[in-house]
Design a protein around this ligand. Structure first.
Ligand SMILES: *[C@@H]1O[C@H](CO)[C@@H](O)[C@H](O)[C@H]1NC(C)=O
Ligand SMILES: *[C@@H]1O[C@H](CO)[C@@H](O)[C@H](O)[C@H]1NC(C)=O
Ligand SMILES: *[C@@H]1O[C@H](CO)[C@@H](O)[C@H](O)[C@H]1NC(C)=O
Ligand SMILES: *[C@@H]1O[C@H](CO)[C@@H](O)[C@H](O)[C@H]1NC(C)=O
Length: 503
């Protein structure tokens, strides 16, 4: 070998080990529907930054969550495991809940922290607070946390300002809990939260975190779980009155603004081409809130149901130079996030039963997903019934259906509370490629031999899945203790109203 050849050889051999592991930003919207972004077809949403990520990145058409409520889907997102395993069912955790994401569960943050990553979370947690903050993000692998431990409507809001200068929050909030606490790690720094300055504070936190990680030459993992566009909508001055969609549109614009700020920060610190930004939403739109609830577009129903409007999500993967711009119809799930991040970073896969697949190949090579099927649990999972619906290739079969209050007010009666639990035998079967709205039951007029084959396969998949699934002890069923609600002045009386501090 000549000296040049030797040099070239050394470079090739050394390159993979000296290449820096990528930074990862996982952005989650709250109750954002499949049809709410302009890049997913909404005619009047103003989301230029997300649209740009979609144009320059990979946009998914068939990306799913595991259950159509905040707590279960967030548990699945961070652990790569169905919420039934971790016990994050039925429904959602409340401010005084005794339970939370068990500390024995291994989150993406823990996996990446163990691999040398700086980790941080900003925004809505909703995986438990517990006695003395047992379940806060700082106990689940996040070195820094700025945010709220649960949903921001789980607090009094009728006298708060949601839009400057003095537009009151007008949604029905839960007036009987403590006012909304803002945490810095495990410390309450504001109670109630000042909504009109919250997002700019989050943006500043993000910039600071990235600056520190870059300065320390550590790869970073940031989980930005936005409160937007969940009710009650709010925004800072910059976005108030700026959209064409009223309060909902303004809140969505503020979320989009944070995406823009994030990209600017990545560019400023010259890490954009070594950072994967992944954006998705936790569950479908809360149509019960009418104009303030969002839309699932052409999909059926919304939040709280196992129809596609409840579980199919917008999802965008952006990584300039690594992910080719395009649209993918491959099947993917929030369960796939953890295994994929593990694979992209070279971190160690946790030694637990994972329900997700590594979709690196779909992201980087435009390849096919290994997923053949996706399973959907209702808000009230029951081990005897098992999953309510199964996506299998282009087909979706419903073994049980049930409406939900969060999917009310649309003309479709299947979505509302009055559509009580119904078992279907034979199941309802839809071809989602030609009928994404789940209008036309393929089995309505009897079964053909082709469909017989498909139904046999789907039924087999469901039975196999249900038999293997072990339900963990329900964390939500541990109940609530009002004494556990976070209070900035723990010894004050009378609770919960005395828990107010500003700093
Ligand atoms: C929280 O911690 C304090 C101080 O360690 C202790 O006195 C209190 O009992 C704890 N509260 C709960 C609910 O465990
Ligand atoms: C993984 O966990 C199982 C069960 O807890 C244990 O038997 C096994 O030794 C573990 N494997 C590794 C590589 O740690
Ligand atoms: C679960 O479903 C079975 C069968 O439909 C029913 O008999 C049982 O009461 C349900 N359990 C609960 C806790 O709802
Ligand atoms: C049914 O499953 C088998 C085994 O995975 C597969 O070979 C076959 O193509 C499937 N049939 C249909 C119609 O999907």
């Amino acid at each position: 070998m000549t000296a040049q050849q030797i040099l070239l050889y050394l470079c090739l051999v050394l390159a993979p080990t000296t290449a820096k592991p990528p930074n990862i930003v996982l952005m989650l919207a709250d109750d954002l529907g499949y049809g709410d972004l302009s890049c997913y077809g909404h005619p009047s949403s103003l989301t230029p930054n997300l649209d740009q990520l979609a144009t320059q990145g990979l946009r998914f058409t068939d990306f799913y969550t595991t259950g159509s409520m905040c707590t279960p889907s967030r548990a699945a997102l961070l652990t790569g495991r169905f919420q039934t395993r971790s016990g994050l069912y039925t429904d959602v955790l409340l401010p005084g809940s005794r339970g939370g994401l068990p500390l024995s569960e291994i989150t993406t943050a823990e996996v990446l922290q163990a691999h040398g990553y700086s980790t941080a979370m900003v925004g809505k947690w909703h995986l438990g607070y517990g006695a003395n903050g047992t379940f806060l993000p700082t106990h689940q692998g996040f070195q820094r946390f700025l945010g709220v431990p649960y949903s921001h409507h789980m607090a009094p809001c009728q006298n708060l300002v949601c839009f400057p200068p003095d537009i009151k929050c007008f949604e029905p909030c839960d007036e009987n809990y403590v006012s909304l606490p803002l945490f810095w790690n495990e410390q309450i720094i504001q109670q109630p939260v000042d909504f009109t300055h919250l997002e700019p504070m989050y943006d500043a936190f993000v910039e600071c975190f990235i600056a520190d990680a870059v300065e320390n030459s550590t790869p970073f993992f940031l989980y930005f779980a936005s409160h937007h566009p969940h009710i009650p909508q709010f925004a800072s001055e910059e976005y108030t009155g700026k959209s064409l969609r009223g309060h909902y549109g303004d809140a969505l614009m503020e979320l989009d603004g944070s995406v823009g700020q994030l990209i600017e920060t990545l560019q400023k610190f010259k890490v954009e081409d070594n950072t994967l930004v992944f954006f998705t939403s936790d569950n479908g739109p809360d149509t019960q809130q009418k104009f303030n609830g969002g839309t699932s577009g052409l999909l059926k129903c919304g939040k709280g149901t196992t129809y596609d409007g409840g579980v199919r999500q917008p999802a965008i993967a952006y990584w300039p130079g690594r992910i080719a711009p395009g649209v993918t119809h491959e099947l993917a799930s929030i369960l796939d996030i953890l295994p994929t991040f593990v694979s992209l970073t070279g971190a160690t896969k946790p030694n637990v039963t994972l329900d997700g697949y590594d979709i690196t190949h779909v992201l980087l090579k435009g390849g096919h997903s290994k997923r053949k099927s996706i399973f959907f649990y209702p808000v009230f999972p029951n081990q005897t019934q098992g999953v309510f619906a199964v996506r299998y290739g282009k087909y979706k079969a419903h073994f049980f259906t049930q409406g939900n209050q969060h999917s009310e007010t649309t003309p479709d009666e299947d979505c509302s509370r009055t559509a009580t639990l119904t078992s279907h035998d034979p199941p309802l079967l839809f071809d989602l490629d030609s009928d994404p709205a789940e209008h036309y039951n393929l089995l309505a007029g009897g079964i053909t031999p082709d469909l017989q084959q498909i139904m046999e396969n789907i039924t087999l998949e469901k039975d196999k899945f249900d038999t293997k699934m072990t339900f963990g002890e329900s964390q939500v069923a541990k109940g609530i203790d009002p004494q556990l609600e976070p209070c900035c002045n723990p010894t004050c009386t009378p609770k919960p109203f005395c828990c107010r501090c500003s700093s």
